[in-house]
Design a protein around this ligand. Sequence first.
Ligand code: CP
Ligand code: NVA
Length: 298
Amino acid sequence: MRHLLSLESLSGEDMRSILDQVARYKADRRNHPRPLTGQTWALIFSKSSTRTRVSFEVGLRELGAEVLFLNAGDIQLGRGEPIRDTARVLGRMIHGAVIRTFAQSDVEEFARFSGIPTVNALTDDEHPCQILTDIFTFEEARGERIEGKVVTFVGDGACNVPASWIWAAARLGFELRIAAPKAYQPSPELLARAGGKVSCTEDLQAAATGSDLLYTDVWISMGKEAESAQRLKELAGYRIDDALVARANPGALVMHCLPAYRGKEIDATTLETHADTIFTEAENRLHTQKAIVAWMVA
Ligand code: CP
Ligand code: NVA
């Protein structure tokens, strides 16, 4: 049985098998295979979501499934029922699960105890569906593969989104530069474990020079709200703006996983200039996740 629990657990070959199918799901939303016909899938979310929730609800339905949205606070999980018990109950009733939560170990435990295909829809450690989508979006827009290209991540380099980028860089073979203050760079342990051409710097300008993709994410990830004031102060300046884009290669793309906070991690004008790429990136969550789930149940 296949799960998508992290990009760490995926080979480059698996990533390519998924990415190769996305265009097919995008080309015709109505006439593609419906491998989930007769199944019921659940979304179990402990954190807010717009894109992930809607793209999975719509995508799973278009793959043939019935879908339940379970806010973790509304089920007994939110009152302390262990994840392994929740998993053993749901595993006897439904056919697949999409989970957004805090601890990576909870998604892994759910997969182990439920015995049903399980997707990580964001944890504190990784956001694998997002980064597979981003790579598809880059390759779709540029008409070429990401291998050998330079991706620069700007902002909080220690959160889930850059972590998934690190694993993608290691597995697919592109260069990843993380521009962040020292305290917001990924742990040396993660960098050593992943390998690949990944570098970290506080020098934003140098990191953007010669880049093919400038990418950012919120400075205050879900769960970090108590650190808001400190983060706004310490991450100030780690922003994508037009001057930074001018340092990148001609034709470089600007992407943001969204939601965007204008004037913080991205300048308002720069976001609008690159809105077509950024909102195509958001749309592509739908198509990419269909390819992910179809690969899982194949
Ligand atoms: N990018 C992303 O995952 O957005 P949501 O939090 O709205 O799902
Ligand atoms: N790093 C962000 C991503 C939001 C999609 C967070 O975890 O809140």
